[in-house]
Design a protein. Structure first.
Length: 185
């Protein structure tokens, strides 16, 4: 069976997660898991409520598992780029609802990712209909994310700058994993 390394791409709203995930998947001839939250908002034409948070996070994980199985059918090792994780859903739950549903917290605490990338909020903030709130919220979520990763002991690489600069920052890390015994086992 092919080894699949799961790459979590975390960051606040309008920080370039989706752009980076798509670019990395294209560059590595692999797959990426789009953020289910976008689909949810488009489908329901509203922002999620507290009771929607676990559904959003668990659907994200289910989609990761489906694509991971698809990658395992390949003859060579691969990366699976995950545009957000349950940890981000939990972080937003705490921000907007002042609590995290216990099932969501349990899902977020699993953090089954081999590599974690954090996109810095250093580009222009772009409104996106119902899904994005403001540049101030983006900055607040970014700092909360960094604190949460530290509290959970999750190592990460923060990427900054243009897409090309971010790709250059990520490549040495991915190459190290690609060349390690993890992918050759």
């Amino acid at each position: 069976m092919t080894t699949v390394l799961r790459v979590a791409i975390l960051g606040a709203e309008s920080s370039g997660k989706s752009t980076l995930a798509g670019a990395l998947a294209a560059r590595h001839h692999s797959l990426w898991v789009p953020e289910f939250l976008r689909e949810f908002v488009d489908q329901h034409q509203r922002v999620p409520r507290e009771e929607d948070q676990f559904l959003i996070a668990s659907t994200q994980v289910q989609r990761e598992q489906i694509l991971e199985q698809r990658l395992q059918q390949r003859s060579s090792s691969s990366f699976l780029f995950c545009d957000t994780t349950p940890l981000m859903t939990a972080l937003y739950s705490r921000c907007y609802f002042a609590r995290i549903d216990p099932d969501l917290e349990q899902l977020a605490s699993r953090h089954a990712y081999d590599i974690t990338l954090v996109t810095a909020p250093d580009g222009p903030w772009v409104a996106d209909g119902l899904q994005r709130e403001s540049a101030a919220v983006r900055q607040q979520i970014h700092w909360q994310l960094l604190q949460e990763l530290a509290a959970r002991g999750i190592a990460f690489l923060q990427v900054e700058g243009t897409l090309q600069q971010r790709l250059l920052q990520v490549e040495p890390l991915l190459a190290g994993f690609r060349n390690s015994s993890v992918l050759t086992a």
